[in-house]
Design a protein around this ligand. Structure first.
Ligand SMILES: *[C@@H]1O[C@H](CO)[C@@H](O)[C@H](O)[C@H]1NC(C)=O
Ligand SMILES: *[C@@H]1O[C@H](CO)[C@@H](O)[C@H](O)[C@H]1NC(C)=O
Ligand SMILES: *[C@@H]1O[C@H](CO)[C@@H](O)[C@H](O)[C@H]1NC(C)=O
Ligand SMILES: *[C@@H]1O[C@H](CO)[C@@H](O)[C@H](O)[C@H]1NC(C)=O
Ligand SMILES: *[C@@H]1O[C@H](CO)[C@@H](O)[C@H](O)[C@H]1NC(C)=O
Length: 368
């Protein structure tokens, strides 16, 4: 088909996190965005796919009655990025309710997902390979519908959007975090090449179809997890460089979210936060306000006492929302740093983005 240009952004994340992808174009102007990942960027896929509702206080800072399946009090990084590109929030692939529109793209990210294939014990069956298969089916189905007539045009991407679109990936954190339950640090480090091999296979499938047509460190974080994350991210960066060489028409960008997040947690007060590690919506009080038995929004009986994990009063000064996921305020900060282009390899100019970022900030302060 026409142009072979497409754009893959691989963000690297962690502390909890890992590999996401953003674009290399100087104006960040794309007709459509296709996103793959875990809860960091799930806009309702797992909730739709497994059939559950995330109840308040999830969503309370932005989406009012419901978080629409986002594991956050408000918007995710991907929402802020879409906003900065003047595009609507991405609909989840599996969400069929309310006339979802996929013209500007589709979000395949599902909370709890891993790069490695899911097992019977996995929280989420929609691992990266499944998400890629869903994308391949999505594209085939879209082309069928477009061939069938004009009436679907306003609901699905045009054919050339697959070539010209932005492909974002933010996944891997669950592969590492999950592995620590049963493996030593050395074993986890040894498993990273396998995880990335699986990731590479998935990316190449996207590329093909896009183109054809517990020790705590000084931050209070578990240092072994962060060491694994850093190793993963180094190898991921090497993979992005390799893919860049193999697919010269694709712009593969690696975004260093680990550095953005560790800077946020270390230097939180510079960015307007007061609580770098204490959980906003949890139970147990300081220092962590986190009890895995009483998760955000739930009510449990502990020793005969009924307790509820409620939201803090001012989530905008907390980094952690529920002990696993970041608050909307932290997501907004991370998105703003991604948009500077300084954490991307190769880097892109953030010039065009500053005005839209200001708009994002305004929306945020109004809604909180
Ligand atoms: C890919 O990057 C090159 C060089 O930075 C740029 O000229 C081109 O427009 C980019 N392609 C897309 C589709 O963004
Ligand atoms: C949430 O509700 C308020 C007040 O009703 C409204 O102004 C705001 O637009 C709503 N936000 C969303 C995202 O629906
Ligand atoms: C915190 O800020 C200082 C001063 O700007 C900087 O040198 C340091 O690298 C930051 N910490 C992290 C973890 O980025
Ligand atoms: C319940 O009892 C255990 C053991 O006596 C104690 O450690 C824990 O703090 C108690 N929890 C609550 C919520 O009172
Ligand atoms: C929130 O503020 C109210 C009223 O100021 C106070 O009673 C309550 O304890 C606060 N809740 C939390 C979790 O800080």
């Amino acid at each position: 088909m026409a142009s072979k240009n497409y754009n893959v952004v691989a963000f690297k994340v962690v502390l909890h996190c890992i590999c996401l992808a953003v674009a290399n174009s100087s104006d960040l102007s794309y007709p459509a965005v296709f996103n793959f990942g875990d809860s960091n960027s799930d806009t309702g896929d797992l909730a739709a796919g497994l059939g559950f509702q995330l109840i308040q206080p999830y969503g309370q800072s932005y989406f009012n009655a419901s978080s629409t399946g986002r594991f956050c009090n408000g918007r995710l990084i991907v929402d802020f990025l879409m906003d900065a590109m003047h595009m609507p929030f991405l609909n989840a692939y599996m969400d069929s309710i309310g006339l979802p529109n996929f013209q500007k793209g589709c979000n395949f990210a599902a909370a709890g997902s891993t790069i490695l294939a899911a097992t019977a014990a996995s929280l989420c069956p929609f691992s990266f390979g499944i998400q890629v298969s869903q994308f391949i089916r999505f594209k085939a189905r879209v082309l069928e519908l477009l061939a069938a007539g004009q009436k679907y045009k306003k609901y699905v991407p045009a054919e050339d959007y697959f070539n010209k679109g932005l492909y974002m990936l933010d996944i891997g954190q669950n592969d590492l975090a999950g592995a620590f339950y049963s493996k030593t640090l050395d074993q986890v480090l040894a498993s990273i090449p396998n995880i990335l091999l699986e990731f590479e296979t998935g990316i190449k499938n996207i590329a093909k179809f896009g183109v054809d047509s517990s020790k705590l460190d000084e931050q209070g974080c578990v240092s072994s997890h962060n060491q694994a994350a850093k190793t993963f991210n180094l190898q991921l960066q090497a993979l992005c460089t390799k893919l860049h060489g193999q697919y010269p028409d694709a712009n593969v960008t690696y975004v260093d979210i680990f550095t953005i997040k560790s800077n946020l947690i270390s230097n939180y007060s510079n960015y307007g936060f007061q609580q770098p590690i204490m959980v906003c919506c949890g139970y147990g009080g300081p220092p962590l306000n986190y009890d895995e038995r009483v998760t955000c929004g739930s009510t449990k009986s502990l020793n005969g006492t009924i307790v509820t994990a409620k939201s803090c009063n001012d989530s905008s000064v907390y980094v952690s929302w529920d002990g696993t996921h970041y608050t909307e305020a932290a997501n907004q900060y991370v998105a703003s740093q991604i948009l500077t282009g300084k954490y991307s390899y190769p880097s892109f100019s953030g010039k065009m983005l500053i005005p839209s970022l200001a708009q994002v900030t305004t929306t945020e302060s109004q809604s909180m």
